[in-house]
Design a protein around this ligand. Structure first.
Ligand code: AMP
Ligand code: MG
Length: 348
């Protein structure tokens, strides 16, 4: 009898058709987002795409510093005057960010806001900031000046004029939340892509891995789409357009770099990713890709390694369990350098 039931179960499993649905591109978090869901029924796939997209939009509303009514904007306005109570998840992002700051010796630092503003304005005016402006901004930056109270879920600034910027971590956090929601809605597999930061789980239809293509930074200009890593679904892009293909199962990948967002001042190129420990914002690495179990780790560490540079960055990532890095360290030569375990993800 048990054998008969097992046989029936197997036949049902084998004959059941898997559905794979693609949301197409949506504009969320100031970039393009796309979700693919795999499920046993199309209704489930639709439901899990909706659930994933809802999470992305919701988190954008909490963590955007462009939206004046977001929780993050409220923190930036009031946290010097008084402690600001925030939601558990925003507090969690602040706490994780502080852990990443400690882990990366301050390379990753969400208090970078005043320096981001300074360099953005300098780029717009095509004029280098003065020494004094840099010193003033630096005095308002530093993760130890962000005071977190876990018992109250509240946050306070130690110095007036601080500004938190979650641009280096919010996408990753949102992707992880979207994946969680998709699984809860019944998807057996899926892929969430927000501006080229990607996490996948389960299996795509009729394939053993999710294949993503890593773009060659030296082949891309600022006018190219805001995608540095692309899901290679149904032959969406040809192999020759990518530097390499990564095969992923239950993993996330994020790329940071200066080749799409930067400021040019007096002909010098300055990255939007800022080293808070040195006054100049000129960056060394055109492209840093991190593969990690979760998107929040991949996102934050990609930003951090861009600041740390190739040598320190690779040393750091070699020490992180389950995390790999692929770097392009030259603006003319696209030959990648990678951590020792990265080759297991590279499909060609
Ligand atoms: P990403 O594309 O994930 O590397 O994030 C880059 C964004 O993170 C920038 O546009 C800034 O908003 C923010 N950012 C810049 N420098 C840093 C830094 N050192 N640590 C954390 N976030 C940063
Ligand atoms: Mg990042």
């Amino acid at each position: 009898m048990a054998c008969l039931i097992a046989g029936f179960w197997l036949v049902t499993r084998l004959t059941r058709r898997t559905v794979q649905l693609d949301s197409g591109y949506h504009i969320v978090m100031g970039t393009y987002a796309r979700i693919v869901a795999v499920a046993e029924e199309s209704q489930t796939a639709v439901r899990s795409i909706d659930a994933g997209l809802k999470q992305l939009t919701r988190i954008d509303c909490v963590m955007s510093d462009y939206k004046p009514d977001s929780q993050l904007s409220k923190v930036n306005r009031d946290a010097y005057k008084r402690p600001v109570k925030v939601s558990r998840e925003l507090f969690e992002v602040f706490a994780r960010s502080t852990e990443f700051s400690k882990q990366t010796d301050g390379a990753f630092d969400i208090t970078v806001g005043p320096l981001v503003d300074l360099w953005r304005q300098a780029g717009e005016a095509n004029q280098m900031p003065t020494e004094q402006q840099i010193v003033d901004a630096e005095a308002r930056v530093g993760y130890t000046k962000l005071l977190l109270d876990a018992s109250e879920n509240s946050v306070r600034f130690a110095v007036e004029g601080m500004r938190l910027d979650l641009g280096g971590i919010a996408k990753g956090y949102a992707i992880d939340k979207a994946v969680e929601a998709m699984k809860k809605s019944g998807a057996t597999g899926g892929m969430v892509d927000v501006g080229g930061d990607i996490r996948c789980f389960g299996l795509p239809k009729n394939r053993k891995h999710w294949l993503v293509g890593l773009q060659d930074p030296n082949e891309l200009g600022p006018e190219d789409p805001n995608q540095r890593v692309l899901w290679l679904g149904a032959g969406a892009i040809e192999a020759e357009q990518t530097l390499m293909r990564l095969k992923l199962n239950d993993a996330a990948v994020a790329t940071s770099g200066d080749y799409q967002r930067f400021a040019v001042i007096d002909g010098r190129k300055f990255s939007h990713i800022i080293n808070t420990q040195t006054p100049a914002a000129e960056s060394e690495l055109p492209s840093v890709t991190i593969i990690a179990p979760t998107a929040v780790e991949a996102d934050a560490l990609a930003t951090a390694v861009t600041v740390l540079g190739a040598e320190k960055g690779l040393t750091l990532i070699e020490q992180c369990q389950g995390v790999e890095a692929i770097l392009i360290s030259s603006r003319t030569d696209s030959k990648p350098i990678a951590t020792s375990g990265a080759s297991t993800y590279i499909s060609r």
